[in-house]
Design a protein around this ligand. Structure first.
Ligand code: NDP
Length: 334
């Protein structure tokens, strides 16, 4: 085992702003661990849109802010009171500060032990599946319990989370109406399970939803776009329908009077993934189901591009300009 250095390579920002505030630094301190912590040397880290909200200041953050939410790596040090894990264990985990060579992680955090002989391809897949896979898995059960035959409106249907939603909705027997900004993206959403498609750059979403659902509207909408689609979604959902608003890709939804929901007796919720994983039993249930679905081939994780850590700025520029499909992953230098 190589010794642990005192400084490391990381991707961070020190002030809010556009991609220009992102820094790749090579001399950031390696965290010191306590008695119940692990130190994980990262190999791959998944990129998620949430990094953009922290960088822009839509969500508050302490500075300097080390980016990242998920990773796969190996345990290289552990505190005196850690009994569950050993140095050398390969792991996948959810945590902040994963766009870094080393991450400090509490032994009771959300972690999956990986098989010793796991392939590099599989490591990449797992690193790229946790946040988006668990979001889709928990949301189709708990945010809105999707039923066979439901019409579901799904935005960003060819994105990282979107391609996983397409598959899980299909497995549940729902009839997914996929929205995306290009025909190529929509073709991919169809391959992953969507039944109907709407090209948001040239079609009227509400009109198409009405045509597809015989004038009724959808049973539920999974809307991660936020500001630009809120009014459209309100119109597209049927009487007694549900809006799951779970992202701000176009900006946050401004405050609105709650009685706007009365006209159709709508339900609306604004969940976050961690609210469905707060209890250890919840983490065990959903993380083992995610791994089972991937291992069995029932769920495909589309890793469309792997960037070196130093190129995170380019990766997020690609993501934010809506050029990407599926999942983007960072390879962390040795
Ligand atoms: P994606 O890969 O889906 O990328 C975002 C997509 O949003 C784009 O590809 C684009 O698709 C669409 N989009 C629409 N309007 C805009 C805009 N103005 N700027 C940029 N993109 C836009 O990202 P992720 O899979 O990482 O995340 C998807 C969404 O889910 C995000 O909003 C994210 O915050 C949310 N999320 C929320 C979680 C929660 O716990 N609440 C957990 C995980 C994800 P197109 O061009 O086809 O419209």
């Amino acid at each position: 085992m190589s010794s642990i250095p005192s400084v490391q390579k990381v991707s961070l920002f020190r002030e809010n702003g556009g991609p220009e505030v992102l820094r790749y630094e090579e001399d950031f301190p390696v965290p010191k661990i306590g008695a119940t912590d692990l130190l994980i040397k990262n190999k791959f880290a998944g990129i998620n849109f949430i990094e953009v909200y922290f960088r822009k200041g839509i969500y508050p953050s302490e500075k300097p802010y080390l980016l990242g939410r998920e990773a796969v790596g190996v345990i290289v040090a552990k505190g005196d009171r850690v009994e569950k894990y050993n140095i050398g264990d390969k792991v996948a985990y959810l945590s902040g500060s994963t766009f870094a060579q080393y991450t400090k992680f509490p032994q009771d955090g959300n972690l999956i032990k990986l098989p010793e002989n796991i392939t590099v391809e599989k490591e990449k897949t797992i690193a790229g599946s946790l946040v988006q896979g668990l979001t889709a898995l928990t949301f189709v059960e708990e945010a809105y319990n999707v039923q066979k035959g439901d019409f579901i409106l799904l935005y960003a249907a060819a994105g990282g989370a979107g391609l996983i939603f397409d598959q899980l909705l299909k497995k549940k027997g729902a009839r997914t109406i996929a929205v995306a900004s290009s025909d190529e993206k929509l073709q991919l959403a169809k391959e992953y399970g969507a039944e109907f498609v709407i090209n948001s750059s040239k079609e009227d979403i509400v009109q198409r939803v009405k045509e597809i659902t015989g004038g009724k509207g959808v049973d539920a909408a999974f809307d991660s776009i936020g500001k630009d689609t809120f009014e459209t979604t309100l119109e597209a959902v049927k009487r007694k329908g549900t809006i799951v608003s779970f992202g701000n890709a176009s900006g946050p939804i401004p405050p609105f009077p709650i009685n706007r929901l009365s006209a159709k007796n709508l339900k609306i919720l604004r969940p976050q993934l961690f609210g469905y994983l707060a209890e250890p039993g919840e983490w065990d249930h959903y993380s083992s189901e995610l791994v089972r679905l991937i291992d069995s081939g029932e769920l495909k994780i589309n890793i469309s591009k792997v960037y070196p850590l130093k190129d995170y700025k380019q990766a997020t520029e690609d993501l934010e300009s809506r050029k990407t499909v599926g999942k983007l992953v960072l390879e962390i230098p040795e």
